[in-house]
Design a protein around this ligand. Sequence first.
Ligand SMILES: Cc1ncc(COP(=O)(O)O)c(C=O)c1O
Length: 378
Amino acid sequence: MNDTAKLEKLAREHGTPVMVIDHERIRENYRAFRESLPRVQAYYAVKANSEPAIIKTLYDMGVSFDVASFPEFMIVYENIKKLPKKERQDFIWDKIIYANTIKQKETLEELDPYKPLVTYDNAEELKKIKRHCPHGGVVLRIKVPNTGSMVELSSKFGADPGEAVDLVLEALNIGLVVEGLSFHVGSQCNNFENYMQALQLAASIFKESESRGHKIKILDIGGGFPVKYNSKVKSFQTLARKLNTEFKRLFPEDIELLAEPGRFLVANSGTLITKIIGKASRSGKPCYYLDDGVYHTFSGIVFDHCTYPLKAFKDGEKRVSAVFGPTCDAFDTISVAEELPDLEIDDLLYAENIGAYSLASSTYFNGFPPAKVVHINK
Ligand SMILES: Cc1ncc(COP(=O)(O)O)c(C=O)c1O
C-alpha cells in the first residue's frame, strides 16, 4: 500500500478530520539533530505539540524537554515519575528546563519542590523567583536578532545584551545561582546570521561575567531550526556545521550546550486528512468547505504564519479554488488560491508537514472539537 492509500485507509477507519502522527519521522528528526550537533543536548519544546505519545517517544530516545507552563511540566514529569524517587531530583535539570521567562507566582510555587531550571530576562522576575521558587537554578535569556525568522520572538522576550552581566550579578546578590544563558533567534529561522550574531553576543557575556567573578556553565541556543516546508528553506546540516565551528571558536570546551528544538522534531511527522463537507461556486471560483479550519488544525496559518498546501487524492485538471473551514466565521479561510482538481462533497484532502503549532493551538470554536489524533509507528 502506498502512502496516500494508507492515509485514505486511516481516514476511513477513524473518520475526519484526523491528524496522523508518524513516530518514525520523529525518531529520524532527532537522530539527524543529534548526529549534526553532537555536543548539544536537545530539550524538545513541548509547546510545538504536547501529545503525550510524542513526549514518550522522545523521552525514550534520551531527549530532554523545554516546558512553558505547569501542565506541560507535568506531561513530561509523567515519564520521570517512573524513575526511583532518589534519581528523580538529580535528573530534573537534565530533563526539563522551564523556558518561559514570565511565570505566575502560583506556577513558581508549584515548581519549587522540583528544584527546576527556570529562565528570566528582567529584575522583577528575579525577585519573583527568589520569593516563590528559591530552590530553582536560573538561566538568563537575552534578546538576539530575529531578522527573517517566520515567527519573531524578540519583541516580547529577552534582556538587552548590554544589561546581561548586571542581571547575572543581581541574581547572585539575592542568592540565586545563574547556571546558564539562553536565546531564541525566532522560529523557522532561515537567516543563519541570527545564530552567528547570537553566539557572538553570548560569548562576550560569558567572558565578561567570568571576569567579574561568575562563570556561566550552560549555553542554551533555543529553537528556530528550520523545517524544509519548501525548497527555499536552507539546509539544517549547513546551519549545524556553522554552529559547531562557532562553538569551538567562541566557547570553552567544558560548557554544557543545550537547544530547544520544537518544530524541527515534529513538523513533518504530522499529516492532516480532512473532508469536503460543502461546495459552491462564487464569482466563478470553486469554493470548498472542509471539516477542519483555522480555528482548529489550520490554526498555524494564523499563529505560526505557516501555510499548508492541500493535496487531493484524485488527479484532474487544476483550478484556482478557495478553501474554508467549517465554522460560521468568514475569518475561517484556509486559502483563497489553492490549486485543486474538481472535487465533490465527501472527497478527502490532506496537508503534510502540519505536526507543529497546529493541534497545539486548536480551539473548540463553534462547538467543533479539535481533530482526532492517530499515532503510527510508535
Ligand atoms: C522559549 C522557546 N524555546 C523553544 C521554542 C521552539 O522553537 P522552534 O519551534 O522554532 O524550534 C520556542 C517557540 O516559540 C520558544 O518560545
